[in-house]
Design a protein around this ligand. Sequence first.
Ligand code: NAD
Ligand code: TYD
Length: 348
Amino acid sequence: MRILLTGGLGFIGSAVIRRLISETEHEVLNLDKVTYAGTHTSVQSVSDSNRYHFSKVDIVDGPAVTDAFASFRPDAVMHLAAESHVDRSIDGPGEFVQSNIVGTYEMLQAARSYALEADIMDRFRFLHISTDEVFGALSPESPPFDESTPYDPRSPYSASKAASDHLVRAWHETFGLPTLITNCSNNYGPFQFPEKLIPLMILKSAAHQELPVYGKGDNIRDWLFVDDHAGALLRVLEEGKPGETYAIGGNSERTNLEVVQQLCDLVDTQLGDNGARQELISFVADRPGHDLRYAINASKIKDELGWEPSHSFAEGLAKTASWYLENEWWWRPLLTERYEGERLGVTT
Ligand code: NAD
Ligand code: TYD
């Protein structure tokens, strides 16, 4: 297949590209705006391949997106480009409306015109990668989210992703575009920008800095190792049914405090210096509108497409901690030039 992938210099998109180039015969065009979250170093292990192509495009730029379709002539789209950090959506929601909503609209329009003109509507695929955060917040007792959970987004990030999901569904129902939607839980793993909980805590704890846990640390996330997510996305693209949604999760619910404590212990062990890093944990002002719990029931993708995560949380977390401790070449320039680890997303 010829796959037009958006957001491939980011965390999940780069994991998908590394897998597409190293484990399949597919050819990829990566469209990315190269925001603060995008870096070519995340795909440098495969970027010499003649099956990898890159074009610097802001997906909000409709004519540029249309040109990319016309020149690359894809069989499928994997749409990951988005602003992705809840705290930044509190500080500056406008970019989220532009990239996540308007950008998805431009992708859908360009895909629809291209598939019609090329007369490949039946076999074309448009996979939209979304989040479980569109479903809102669960109480500790509620059953996990699944494909029938009503939308109830509560942050500017999740509201913009929910809007994009609605557009994708509308383009399927109204215009017959063969779309697929995935809603996945929190990812972690190598090459994640160090503003997100897990990489931030690894790097701060390694440097003996305070570890800011929001509120009481009792918020719960369902963690999935990024390479498992990449595998699920390829499975949905190749075998999913157009018009369907697939919920993807890791069966690994943890409180934030548990995650940070486990990371402190891993970093202590891996650096071999008995740094007593749990003492660096500091409870700080909560995130405004902080969703209490996310969790996914992933039985549909397991039963219908035979996908299950292959990493346990303990394995994935240990791999991730080692990767950050061994790959300063990747994260040091980001911390120096783009984000120094300061608190984001406080409204007062
Ligand atoms: P990321 O922030 O690491 O990367 C986003 C990429 O998109 C960057 O390379 C950035 O340059 C690019 N981008 C942003 N705006 C763009 C625009 N207007 N035009 C072109 N490129 C643009 O994000 P991520 O964590 O890799 O997430 C990828 C997708 O997966 C997002 O759609 C996100 O909503 C979804 N998702 C993420 C998670 C998670 O835990 N990270 C979980 C479920 C779903
Ligand atoms: P994050 O990685 O930003 O993902 P999301 O908000 O999409 O779930 O945050 C994960 C959880 O960790 C979330 O409950 C907020 C919390 N958190 C902290 O406690 N401290 C931090 O410094 C960060 C970045 C997040």
